[in-house]
Write a protein that binds this ligand. Structure first.
Ligand code: FPP
Length: 257
């Protein structure tokens, strides 16, 4: 069934035509979240090692960030490393851990110039200190910017996030800071990594896979989902525009008629 939905979405996507897509500036999603998938297959197709796919994926991050900022998207959340990705070969994990630092070293000046704010969501505890320090430095140096919030999900797992939120909330109940009766969705939101951010309006997953992989399970409750066949390293500004074009032709009802 989901495969059929993905195919139907592809055909809808094609109706956007080959020329410049016309996007409605009043219907730009506030928060776009992306599961960047297909780096390994992109590399395999070219006879390259998997890490070459991740390197190429970093280029796509640059292009999509710029395009999102230019469109006036407020938040772009990118799933860069999940709590399950530790199961990959050590060489690949080591490589992935170096990418945020490299990205920040080469891109920070431009991100500052573009008025982008860098943030992170996920558990920093198991991450190498150089990865966390690079992200924290970028966060600090961009904290007064007012443009796109570029949120890297690193060592992020939605179930892990929910469990840590419950632990903290239970602690606050125990010490009398929160009454059980006053717990609401709004209060619960404050304990999540995404505290203060709007929920994603649009979730994009690349590479033809149609699943959530433990990504923002709470926050995606009413997101529109868009599945692209394109491998992440080939996901371009135009692919982002196609996803938004598709989003703009959905009918969001939030459970109403
Ligand atoms: C999934 O593709 C991709 C990842 C687990 C890593 C994503 C990371 C990047 C795109 C680079 C991040 C860049 C910065 C700046 C942090 P996969 O390897 O599972 O692909 P496959 O399913 O084809 O094997």
């Amino acid at each position: 069934m989901l495969g059929k939905i993905a195919k139907w979405m592809q055909s809808k996507e094609l109706t956007a035509g080959k020329d410049e897509l016309e996007l409605d500036p009043n219907l730009i999603p506030e928060h776009v979240a992306i599961i960047m998938d297909g780096n390994g297959r992109w590399a395999k197709k070219r006879g390259l090692p998997r890490v070459a796919g991740h390197r190429a994926g970093m280029k796509a991050v640059k292009e999509v960030t710029r395009a999102a900022n230019d469109l006036g998207i407020k938040v772009l959340t990118l799933y860069a490393f999940s709590t399950e990705n530790w199961k990959r070969p050590k060489d690949e994990v080591d490589y992935l851990m170096k990418l945020p630092q490299e990205y920040i070293l080469t891109e920070l000046d431009e991100l500052i110039e573009q008025n982008v704010q860098v943030r992170m969501l996920g558990n920093p505890e198991q991450l190498p200190s150089f990865t966390v320090e690079a992200v924290l430095e970028a966060k600090e140096r961009t904290k007064l910017n007012t443009g796109l919030i570029l949120n890297f999900a690193l060592n992020y797992g939605s179930r892990d996030e929910i469990v840590q939120a419950i632990q903290q909330l239970a602690g606050d109940v125990k010490c009398g800071q929160v009454d059980i009766e006053e717990i609401s969705e709004e209060i619960f939101n404050r304990y999540l990594y995404t505290n203060g951010l709007p929920d994603p309006d649009l979730l994009i997953r690349t590479s033809g896979e149609v699943r959530l992989s433990n990504f923002m399970l709470w926050q995606l409750a009413y997101a529109e989902m868009y599945f692209s066949e394109v491998y992440w390293p080939d996901f371009s500004k135009r692919e982002l525009w196609k996803a938004i074009y598709n989003y703009q032709h959905r009918n969001r009802r939030y459970g109403a008629v």
